[in-house]
Ligand binder design. Structure first.
Ligand code: F0G
Length: 458
C-alpha cells in the first residue's frame, strides 16, 4: 500500500500566493506591531490563522451557487438548505443565521440572564461571551484527562458526567439554561467527544429536565474519530454517526464555516415548538426573515451541498490524516504538541518550546512572530495574550497554557505546503534558544489579542 495520502481532489482554480523574503517580513511584522491579526493577508504565505470560513469550495458547490434564488421569502435555495440540514440533523425547526455566533446569541441570549448557568465540556470564546453578555454564567466541565496536553486518550473532549450532575444539583435544574456539548472541542485542542459520552450527557439532561444542545461546528470530524476509535461504529457511515449524535440532543448551533465548508453561514436547529417560535421572532428582528436569516440564496445553496460533501469517507480520511501527518512530524522532531492530534489543528505548547522565555514575556506570541518572520506562516496564540488578566498590582495572571494553534483550512493546502511548515519548524528548533520574549505596548480591555501592539525584547 502506498504511504502517501493524496488529496482526494484535483485543483481547477488557483489563488496565487505572493512570496516574500525574510527581510520584507521582518519589516512587515514590525509595521503590524508584532500582531499577526494586523498583517494584510496578501503578505502571508501559508495562512493557518483559522479553519473557519477559509475552506475551498468544490465545483458542485460553485455550480449550485449559480442557482441561488434571491427571493425574500420561501426561496428555492432555502428549501434546499433546510432539506439538507434536516436530512443530517432531523430537527424539526431550522433557523438560518449568518454564522455560528448569531445562532448562539439568539438561543443563549434568550435562555440566559442573571441567575442562569450554562454547562459545557468547554465553551468556545463566542459561546461564553454570548452567555456572559446575557448576565448568565458559563461553567466548563471537561474531564481531567482533557486538560493535560501530553496524555494520550481517544476522547479528550468528553464532558465529565459527575461534574455535570454536581453542577446541575448545585444550581438547581430550573436555573440551567442549557448543557452544551462542543464537538470537537475546539478550545481543548480539537479533541473529540465519544458517542457514549454524548449518550450519558443526554441521559443526565433528561433526568434533570434540562435542555441539551450540540455545538456542531466540527461534527463530521468528530464522527471520523468515533468510527476509528469507538467500539460498535466500525460499520456505520460518518453521516449515520452524525445523525445518531444529533438524535441525542434537543437541538444544535452550527457555524457552517467549518464542517459545512462554506465561507459564510450557520444555523440554529431545535425540536421544541415554543422555543423555536421565540427564537424565530428574535431571528427576524436581528438577522433576517426565517427563510434566509442573513444569508443570500447562493450562500444557502453552497451550504446545502457542503454539509453533505463533508461526510465523504475519502475527504474525511484525507482531512484527519493530513493533520495527523503534520502533528506526528512535529512531535517526532521534538516540538512539544498537544496529544493526540485533534481534528482541525495542531497546537504547539509554546511554554515548553520556548522554556527560556518567561510566561510574562509571552512565549506563544513570540513563536507566532517567529513563524511569520521565518516562513511567512500565520498562526494564532491561544494563551496568556488571549486569556491573560492582571492582578491588583498589575502583574500578569497567565492563562492555563500558552499554545500556538496551526489551524488547517479545508481543501486549501497540499502536502508540499505542509512539508514547508515542517521545514520552518526544523529551523526554529535549531535556533530556539535565541528567540526573545515580547511585551505589550498597547492593549484594549476586552479581546486584546485582536488589536494589541507588541515589542520584542532586545
Ligand atoms: N463554536 C465553536 C466551537 C467555534 O470554533 C466557533 C468559531 C464558533 C462556535 C463561532 O462560530 O465564527 O461562525 O461565529 N471558531 C473560529 C475559530 C472563529 O477560529 O476557531 P462563528
Amino acid at each position: 500500500m502506498p504511504k502517501t495520502i493524496i488529496e482526494p481532489f484535483r485543483i481547477k482554480m488557483v489563488e496565487p500566493i505572493q512570496m516574500t523574503t525574510k527581510q520584507e517580513r521582518i519589516k512587515l511584522l514590525k509595521q503590524a506591531h508584532y500582531n499577526t491579526f494586523l498583517l494584510q493577508a496578501k503578505d502571508v504565505i501559508i495562512d493557518l490563522l483559522t479553519d473557519s470560513g477559509t475552506s475551498a469550495m468544490s465545483s458542485a458547490q460553485w455550480s449550485a451557487m449559480m442557482l441561488g434564488d434571491e427571493s425574500y421569502a420561501g426561496a428555492r435555495s432555502w428549501i434546499k438548505m433546510e432539506d439538507s440540514v434536516k436530512d443530517i440533523t432531523n430537527y424539526k425547526y431550522i433557523l438560518p443565521t449568518h454564522q455560528g455566533r448569531a445562532a448562539e446569541r439568539i438561543l443563549y441570549g434568550h435562555l440566559g440572564g442573571k441567575g442562569k448557568v450554562f454547562i459545557s465540556n468547554t465553551h468556545f470564546d463566542t459561546t461564553r461571551a454570548n452567555i456572559e453578555f446575557s448576565g448568565a454564567e458559563a461553567v466548563d466541565c471537561l474531564t481531567e484527562v482533557g486538560k493535560n496536553s501530553a496524555t494520550e486518550h481517544p476522547f479528550k473532549g468528553n464532558l465529565d458526567i459527575k461534574k455535570l450532575n454536581d453542577t446541575i444539583n448545585d444550581w438547581g435544574a430550573k436555573n440551567v439554561g442549557a448543557v452544551i456539548l462542543t464537538v470537537t472541542n475546539n478550545s481543548g485542542g480539537g479533541q473529540p467527544v465519544s458517542m457514549n459520552n454524548a449518550k450519558e450527557v443526554a441521559q443526565a439532561c433528561k433526568a434533570h429536565g434540562v435542555l441539551f444542545i450540540l455545538d456542531a461546528c466540527r461534527i463530521a470530524e468528530n464522527s471520523y474519530f468515533i468510527k476509528q476509535r469507538e467500539d460498535g461504529f466500525e460499520n456505520y457511515t460518518y453521516k449515520q454517526i452524525a445523525q445518531e449524535m444529533f438524535s441525542l440532543a434537543d437541538g444544535c448551533t452550527m457555524s457552517a464555516k467549518k464542517d459545512a465548508m462554506v465561507n459564510m453561514g450557520g444555523f440554529l436547529a431545535l425540536n421544541n415548538d415554543k422555543l423555536a417560535e421565540e427564537c424565530t421572532n428574535l431571528l427576524i428582528i436581528t438577522e433576517g426573515f426565517s427563510t434566509y436569516g442573513g444569508l443570500s440564496g447562493r450562500d444557502m445553496e453552497a451550504l446545502a451541498v457542503g454539509f453533505q460533501e463533508v461526510f465523504d469517507a475519502d475527504y474525511l480520511h484525507y482531512r484527519i490524516t493530513s493533520i495527523t501527518y503534520l502533528g506526528d512530524k512535529l512531535n517526532a522532531m521534538g516540538v512539544p504538541i498537544m496529544l493526540p492530534v485533534g481534528g482541525h489543528a495542531v497546537y504547539i505548547d509554546a511554554r515548553k518550546f520556548y522554556s527560556h522565555i518567561p510566561i510574562n514575556q509571552y512565549p506563544g506570541q513570540s513563536l507566532v512572530c517567529d513563524l511569520y518572520e521565518k516562513g511567512g506562516i500565520r498562526s494564532v496564540e491561544i494563551g496568556s495574550v488571549m486569556f491573560g488578566k492582571y492582578d491588583d498590582k498589575g502583574d500578569l495572571i497567565p492563562a492555563a497554557m500558552d499554545l500556538v494553534r496551526l489551524a488547517i483550512p479545508r481543501r486549501v493546502y497540499t502536502q508540499s505546503h505542509i512539508d514547508y511548515v515542517i521545514e520552518i519548524f526544523e529551523e526554529l528548533l535549531k535556533n530556539r534558544r535565541k528567540s526573545k520574549g515580547i511585551i505589550i505596548t498597547k492593549e484594549t480591555e476586552f479581546l486584546r489579542h485582536f488589536t494589541a501592539h507588541f515589542k520584542r525584547i532586545d
